[in-house]
Write a protein that binds this ligand. Structure first.
Ligand SMILES: Nc1nc2c(ncn2[C@@H]2O[C@H](COP(=O)(O)OP(=O)(O)O)[C@@H](O)[C@H]2O)c(=O)[nH]1
Ligand SMILES: [Mg+2]
Length: 456
């Protein structure tokens, strides 16, 4: 990774907007900005003469021609996001005008930044550790307030602090054990041995505690997929609309109205749930319907749980029974809809009790949301740990750390050679260090940062 050049990118979403920001970072950020920016008025000055963290009004010129009227923010290293000099030019947010300002900046000597390169520089320059850099992406992609607050906690360093503490403890134990390897004539005293074992046990317990947050962490970051199934006219589309809080799917008494699968994310008690309204799974009458059914089957296979909607105002049909049997092994919630009408449905006895709703009035929808939360959100994660939920990369590193940590502990208990204990303990500590980026490879960094958006 080259840190010597100066990079630039549009930091705001592409498309028409009121304003757009072009961000420039690097040793030559001021020189580059100076070539394109001309201050206007007595309160503005050239970037090279500006005080740090000040904003200047002026115009951007390209080949002597005025491109846009802008504000130019100058921030000097090291008190910046990348710890390099940063200039941010705020221009009008037209697609062409923004692109033209960026082109002017690139012609003035900056290089177009790669996705995530600003954050990568922040990491490489020690402004953020790896979990914090990842939190920047989580923050941008957060779809519920719970996901946002978890991302903010991680950005503030809450996970880093726990990981660093864990790694320090392992390193401390390692140093202790290595001291004994260097002086083999001194046996480890029994109470010291017990103390070392206790420390390693606590380390492993804490790894387990972190590992238990992985599924919650994944749900917060990626959402969880739920397919809404049931026979035609049961009220699947009505239920989707109720859960989303707006009319997304077409509701109609004509069976087979929903022909395509619809996917929408709703916020269920802070959990981003992607609901899929399936287009019926029954025999198709025509080609469009059969394509709809094929797509339904496909999204059904990818769903992590299902919501089976039954019409409580009709007796149970063969089709209902088929669905009940087909998905008996899948995580599911049964919903009895149309409870405003006289009840005709007799339910077979099943393990889980169904949730009664009425999709016309919205009755029961809050209870359904509670049922969804308790189905997907295990009670195993304490409120405190919910603030440090790990992602799949952390999970992978911690699993390896745990495995090696256990080997080290077993070896110590078996009074095996301390060199073996030290070897595994070092592997464990290094794997923990990977989480915060203390031990990394260029490939790992590329794979993390390439998933970022441009300009971040
Ligand atoms: N009375 C009553 N009618 C409902 C209820 N939910 C849905 N419906 C009606 O049932 C019909 C089918 O609903 P829809 O959501 O399109 O069913 P889908 O085919 O499963 O997607 C529509 O006419 C809805 O207005 C409800 O709770 N009570
Ligand atoms: Mg429908």
């Amino acid at each position: 990774m080259n840190l010597d050049d100066t990079i630039a990118a549009i930091a705001t979403p592409l498309g028409e907007g009121g304003l757009a920001v072009i961000r420039i970072s690097g040793g030559n950020a001021l020189t580059v900005a100076e070539k394109v920016f001309t201050p206007i008025g007595g309160n503005s000055c050239k970037p090279s003469e500006a005080k740090s963290h000040t904003i200047h009004y002026g115009k951007v010129l390209r080949a002597g021609e005025r491109v846009d009227e802008v504000l130019c923010a100058v921030m000097l290293a090291p008190r910046t996001f990348t710890r390099e000099n940063i200039v941010e030019i705020t221009c009008h947010g037209g697609i062409l005008s923004t692109k033209t300002v960026l082109d002017a900046v690139l012609e003035a000597g900056a290089r177009l930044a790669l996705p995530g390169e600003f954050t990568q520089r922040a990491f490489l320059n020690g402004r953020l550790d790896l979990t914090q850099a990842e939190a920047v992406a989580d923050l941008i992609h957060a779809r519920t307030e719970l996901a946002l607050s978890a991302a903010n906690e991680q950005l503030a360093g809450k996970l880093s602090a726990r990981i660093n503490q864990l790694r320090d403890d392992l390193m401390h134990t390692l140093a202790h054990i290595e001291a004994h390897i260097d002086f083999p004539e001194e046996d480890i005293a029994p109470d010291t041995r017990a103390n070392l074992e206790g420390r390693m046990e606590r380390g492993i317990d804490f790894m387990d505690e972190l590992l238990r947050t992985a599924s919650e962490g994944q749900i917060l970051r990626r959402g969880i997929r739920a397919a809404i199934i049931g026979r035609p006219n049961a009220g699947k589309s009505s239920l989707l609309n109720q859960l989303l809080g707006h009319e997304r799917a077409i509701v109609s008494p004509i069976a087979g109205t929903t022909r395509d699968t619809i996917e929408e994310t709703a916020n269920v008690r802070g959990i981003p749930v992607v609901f899929i309204d399936t287009a019926g799974l029954r025999e198709a009458k025509d080609e469009i319907e059969s394509e709809g059914i094929r797509r339904s089957r496909e999204s059904l296979a990818r769903a992590e749980f299902i919501i089976h909607v039954l019409d409580a105002s009709e007796p149970l049909t063969k089709e209902d029974e088929m669905f009940l049997a087909e998905f008996s092994d899948k995580k599911r919630i049964l919903v009895l809809n149309k409870t405003d009408l006289p009840r005709k449905l007799v339910m077979p006895t099943l393990k889980a009790s169904p949730v009664n709703v009425c999709c016309v009035s919205g009755n029961g929808i809050q209870q359904l949301k509670d049922a969804i939360k308790s189905l997907v959100w295990s009670g195993a994660v304490t409120n405190e740990m919910a603030q440090v939920t790990i992602n799949s990369r952390h999970q992978d590193a911690l699993r390896r750390a745990r495995e090696a940590g256990q080997l080290a502990l077993d070896a110590l208990r078996a009074e095996a050679s301390l060199e073996f204990v030290a070897l595994d303990l070092r592997i464990s500590a290094n794997a923990v260090g990977e989480v915060v980026g203390k031990t990394t490879t260029e490939d790992l960094l590329d794979s993390i940062f390439s998933t970022f958006c441009l300009g971040k």
